[in-house]
Design a binder for this molecule. Structure first.
Ligand code: FE2
Length: 336
């Protein structure tokens, strides 16, 4: 999720020469929000005695670490979205994590070559009008069904969340079928693709659309809202959403070890801590995400939405198709 305000723990100018200021503890660079991370970081410090220096960035994390070069104080990066994470790996600013805890806790599909490690999963699912649509499951493929004509709502096709979903579709079905599907899905749209994920729930409540796509954590956040969003939540019904013969599309939040981490041992300790029962519950429940640790079964997301069965397609395969998916979105005029 995108927050309106971010803290900058230190000024860029000091950071460029700042390795000594960070000599102790562990230095974390993240695009996640302070309110979500701070409870986990405080627990880590309390349990291990290791101080965390957190740099909260709205964006430009990768560019900043690249600019800092060999003297970068960054030890750990915490990011969202497989595209962003792979871009960091491709930029050469990460190093593989060697950790028995990581290997034991995280399925191999969710930590490609240990260049990054999934911490939580976020599913992208279909929701429908509770009142007007009576079904409890759907495939992504079925979104092309003309029965949804004029009833489908979605944010921009070029948004990273949809780009990842479309890239997964492409990895499953190839370019020709994906183009046909995208055209048909766009033809079903009730309005121009745009806005945010929560807006599609608003548009279901208002009657503008009957069916839409949304990330699961927004459903959870709306369920707890004290404003009009609670009404949006009450208007929608999440469907069990899968690829035909496959699983649900998930994206991830993940940790990566910085290539020049000056506090590497502490960095690995932080990543291992974040995979433990206590941290997984704190971190995942804070944003209704699904814990990656299979031992943590009692999560807020599972209670609200049931367990998610992630698609078996490796996320590294999905990432490879992102550019092609973006090109297809332009080709069919999805966002026009
Ligand atoms: Fe989000």
């Amino acid at each position: 999720m995108i927050a309106k305000t971010y803290l900058h723990a230190l000024a860029l100018s000091s950071c460029l020469l700042a390795a000594p200021a960070f000599a102790q503890g562990v230095n974390l660079y993240t695009t996640r929000e302070p309110a979500l991370l701070n409870p986990v970081l405080e627990a880590f410090t309390k349990d291990t005695g290791i101080k965390v220096n957190a740099v909260f960035l709205k964006d430009g994390l990768q560019e900043r670490i690249r600019a800092e070069g060999a003297n970068s104080p960054a030890d750990v990066m915490l990011m969202v979205d497989v595209g962003e994470i792979n871009a960091a790996v491709d930029a050469g600013i990460t190093q593989p994590i060697k950790s028995a805890v990581v290997d034991k806790t995280v399925p191999a599909q969710l930590r490609p070559d240990n260049n990054w490690v999934t911490l939580t999963k976020r599913a992208r699912v279909v929701v429908v009008s509770k009142e007007r649509v009576k079904q409890d499951a759907i495939t992504y493929e079925d979104l092309a069904d003309p029965k949804w004509k004029g009833k489908f709502c979605i944010r921009a096709g070029q948004h990273p969340y949809n780009n990842a979903l479309f890239a997964a579709y492409l990895a499953h079905h190839g370019a020709e079928k994906t183009e046909t599907w995208l055209k048909a899905v766009r033809a079903n749209a009730a309005r121009k693709p745009g806005g945010g994920d929560r807006d599609v729930a608003r548009d279901i409540q208002s009657g503008l659309c009957d069916i839409a796509i949304i990330n699961t954590y927004y459903i959870g956040l709306m369920s707890q809202a004290k404003n009009e969003q609670k009404g949006w939540f009450d208007a929608i019904q999440p469907l069990k959403t899968t690829f035909a013969g496959g699983g649900t599309h998930v994206n991830v939040s993940a940790a990566a070890l910085a290539k020049n981490a000056p506090n590497k041992d502490n960095a690995v300790k932080l990543v291992e801590y974040m995979l433990g029962d206590k941290a997984q519950a704190l971190y995942a429940n804070g944003n209704f995400e699904f814990p990656v640790n299979p031992a943590v079964t009692d999560s807020a997301a599972v209670k609200l939405l049931g367990a998610v069965n992630p698609d078996k397609l490796p996320l590294s395969e999905v990432a490879k198709q992102r550019k092609a998916a973006a090109n297809l979105v332009d080709k069919v005029g999805f966002d026009n």
